[in-house]
Write a protein that binds this ligand. Structure first.
Ligand SMILES: [Zn+2]
Length: 104
């Protein structure tokens, strides 16, 4: 699949996930500069964005991409803080199996 098609798919997936969990104003942003190489995705609370590292549009599977996004969505739900018990509970609720840091 072309990068642009993957981006479109992941954006749709993220939007429907945000809707499902009543997350307002947040956006998924693709970047090739704001993350270090090994990071697939990251959450930015101040600007309300989930950043997705463009390097991983083709390097990992669609399921891995979606799990990375769900991991960040769980962070959005919980608020600032790490991989706490509450974070892991939210992961279970939203169907995220990636409960630790998501580095490649
Ligand atoms: Zn995390």
């Amino acid at each position: 699949m072309k990068d642009q098609n993957i981006k479109t798919d992941l954006t749709k997936f993220t939007k429907s996930t945000f809707r499902k969990w009543h997350i307002l104003k947040w956006k998924l942003v693709f970047t090739n500069t704001e993350l270090v190489k090994k990071e697939i995705a990251q959450v930015r609370f101040f600007t309300q964005r989930i950043l997705f590292n463009e390097i991983y549009l083709t390097k990992i599977t669609e399921n891995e991409q979606k799990q990375a996004i769900l991991h960040e969505v769980a962070h959005v739900c919980v608020g600032t803080g790490g991989h706490t018990k509450e974070f892991r509970r939210i992961c279970d609720e939203i169907g995220c199996t990636q409960k630790t840091s998501i580095l490649k």
